[in-house]
Write a protein that binds this ligand. Sequence first.
Ligand code: PMP
Length: 345
Amino acid sequence: MSLPSRASYRDIPLYSPSKVKCGVDLSDNTNLFGMPPAAERVLRETVTTQVSRYPVGYAPDLKQAVARYTGVDPSWVTTGCGSDDVIDSTVRAFLEPGELFAFPDPTFVMMPYLSKVNGVRGAAVPLKPDFDIDVDGLLATGAKLIYVCSPNNPTGTPASRAALERLVDHAPGIVLLDEAYAEFARESHLDLASRPNVLVARTMSKAFGLAGMRVGYAVGPPTLVAEVEKARGPYKVAGLSERMAAAALSEDVPWMKARAEEALAVRARLVAELETLGLKTLPSEANFVMVPLPGAPAVAERMRQRDVNVRAFQGLKGIGDALRIGCAPWTQIEAALGALRETLR
Ligand code: PMP
């Protein structure tokens, strides 16, 4: 007997970036500069009674901590199992199956995937030649939900303030602004969450160094937050993760800012070193750089044979093949540059 399955799921591949074990892994833009100290204290002090009970539904303590960090009321915050979960819930909350979901191209690779699993139609709108978002193109789709990522993954480039404001002013529905890398950027646009149609998603996985704990959040009007929470359900963040994230947001902001500064200093050195190899990078405001390079997937494969994992992209719209290299303590970057030099030789 063949088991039932959803026809629309048949062609969906599982998300599988190259996760070969390498001594140096710069493939996922996480914080490789250590662990936030207050979060580590919570981890050590967690007792069995806290493990055997459910967390409180919808994570009120974590909402409080996010609210203080972002300067909003807790009713303006929703949380999730990583910002992946927040974005996924937002798609489900605002779109019926079959409706349009617009996003730039290239952007965070999960968007086409989330479109498929939620049964909505993805509309990918190429970035402009200067890597700003194409506001008119995004609006022309008529989509009731538009996703924009700034600084954008995988390019590292920001959307301009003027473009974001025009998008928000004219969008026929909701704008979901993904600021996963905001802590590394020159400018945040979190204030746009005060608009009636905007949600701003953030994560604890990047600057705050808690990727393994899976915590993300979004800020926006309570009416939008309530819809996202219907789609998401309760208890999506583990109790330990909630407490660690709340501690990090309350006590570890100076730690986070210092590590983010280190990452940016490393980025400047990395860009300069890549230039000596004749490689130009895209102008990044995140903790990674994108390096257009024909044959990037094969280059990355040969780098993995030298124990260094970086992310390769093939045929990106307007860019072509490219490597994305995350910033880490300099010894790891040196190893990556060494592997790259040998590979290109
Ligand atoms: N948004 C962007 C732009 C990302 O790059 C990532 C992680 N790769 C996420 C969201 C998801 O982060 P998480 O689910 O770990 O919060």
